[in-house]
Design a protein. Structure first.
Length: 465
């Protein structure tokens, strides 16, 4: 059991290794508690049937099988911490044992004729929710194999007194079919639900890391201004002390030139910090608030030198006078998440464009609308409804798989992150293709104007995992 794994989180803040690799999320404490619940239920059922109902069960064999599970639980709790996370192969062994233990009890009590035979589905369901698909498939095959064997090989179904109850074989096969259908349907449903949760958790973790990086870049100017303010006082003290030392020193003193150098360097540092402080104030006034046209230019500028030309159009919606209140250009707070999200949409349009990309920004009294369109092939119909979900991509030859979990490139995560960041700013995204006979994809980002012009709150950029 040396492969039991303690690594539950990634200290670097990235997605945990077990999530990226599709390993087990099943803790030893969980499986031990489930097994204790099974031991309690099996014991009460055997006791109730044997003593309360008077059904002639092989009581010794039943309690021996149940006691084996109890002793295994005790041994596991003594040997390993309750918070230990099981590796996938050892989780398979644990749940495989539970299937075989239940099969042994059913063998002693009538096989599939026993109404509790449907509990063979339980270990497969647990696996589907917490283990990789290959483990779930193996456990499903084991459970179906056990159910198949129990259709023929088992002790007679215990009944009242010494009577024998023999069920028709077609009825037994119907029970087998229901067990198999339950394993397949419930197992697949549980796996699919858990897989979507795992994919969403990984995608949100990636989005959080991207947003944190954008925050750090945006905060550099503020840090520079704060450093300039904080270092001003000690540098002033150094300058004063150096001046006093120079007053008492003579030119023939061996340290006189060193004192001159210290004073000159202190003055130089003060000038540098003065420039940083002034630049920080300038950035705080000018860059922290930006009109729509400046926002579009900052998003588009890094892509101007690429082969695909970008045409930008800004202005109020048709029929609105630029001099009116509704036609006045909206001004928003500089938001790293919005800039990153729009930049990702522009990059995607460039990747799929045939000859050009259009970026149009228009506004009215009620909303601000940015439209990013290309003249490529457009969104495939089967992808259009799913686009925006994590790991859904329109790039050819790329699909979701365990080997791609460690990379965020070409996996459909970029659009998901962009969509998440833009929606956090209050925007709504609409995806469509150009109307025929034109071709190309169109992404429309719409903000309520009041929300677009509202400065973000202090919690605007906090992590959302």
């Amino acid at each position: 059991m040396a492969a039991l794994d303690n690594s539950q989180t990634d200290r670097r803040g990235a997605v945990p290794e077990w999530l990226r690799a599709g390993e087990s999320r099943l803790r030893l404490q969980t499986i031990v508690r489930l097994r204790w619940l099974a031991v309690l239920g099996q014991s009460l059922t055997v006791i109730g049937a044997y003593w309360a109902l008077g059904i002639d069960l092989p009581i010794g064999g039943c309690f021996a099988v149940i006691a084996l599970s109890a002793w295994l639980n005790v041994a596991l709790r003594i040997r390993y911490p309750a918070s230990q996370r099981l590796k996938a192969n050892y989780a398979f062994m644990m749940l495989g044992y539970d299937i075989l233990q239940l099969a042994a009890l059913l063998y002693l009590t009538g096989g599939l004729e026993n109404p509790f035979a449907f509990l063979l589905v339980a270990p497969v369901t647990v696996s589907a929710s917490t283990l990789p698909l290959r483990i779930t498939v193996a456990l499903g095959v084991l459970a179906i194999g056990a159910a198949t064997v129990l259709t023929t090989f088992h002790h007679p179904l215990p009944w009242f007194g010494h009577e024998a109850l023999v069920l028709p074989f077609p009825y037994v096969m119907g029970i087998w079919a229901s067990v198999v259908a339950g394993i397949l349907f419930i197992g697949f449903y549980s796996w699919r639900t858990a897989e979507e949760g795992r994919r969403m958790a990984e995608a949100l973790a990636a989005a959080e890391m991207v947003l944190a990086r954008e925050q750090k870049l945006s905060a550099l100017d503020g840090l520079a201004a704060a450093a300039a303010h904080g270092l001003g006082t000690p540098l002033a003290t150094i300058a004063v002390v150096t001046k006093e030392l120079l007053r008492d020193a003579k030119e023939a003193d061996p340290h006189y030139e060193d004192l001159l150098l210290v004073r000159a360097q202190a003055e130089r540092c003060r000038e540098i910090l003065k420039e940083l402080a002034g630049r920080g104030e300038e950035l705080d006034i000018i860059v922290s608030r930006m009109p729509v046209s400046h926002l579009i230019e900052e998003v588009v500028a890094p892509n101007r030198l690429l082969a695909v030309p970008i045409e930008v159009t800004t202005g109020p919606l048709a029929g609105i006078d630029r001099c009116s209140a509704a036609g006045k250009e909206p001004v928003t707070q500089r938001n790293p998440g919005v800039i990153y999200g729009l930049g990702n949409l522009v990059e995607n349009a460039i990747d799929f464009a045939a000859s050009k990309v259009d970026v149009d920004a228009h506004w009215s009294q009620d909303e601000v609308r940015i439209v990013i369109a290309d003249d490529g092939e457009g969104f495939p119909p089967h992808v259009l409804e799913q686009l925006g979900e994590p790991f859904v991509t329109t790039r050819p030859g790329e699909s979701w798989g365990e080997e791609r979990r460690t990379s965020h490139i070409g996996m459909g995560l970029g659009f998901f992150i962009a969509k998440t960041l833009l929606e956090r700013s209050g925007a709504q995204l609409e995806l469509a293709n150009r109307p025929e006979p034109e071709s190309g994809a169109v992404v429309t980002v719409i903000w309520p104007r009041a929300r677009f012009e509202q400065p973000p709150g202090k919690d605007e950029f906090t992590p959302f995992i």
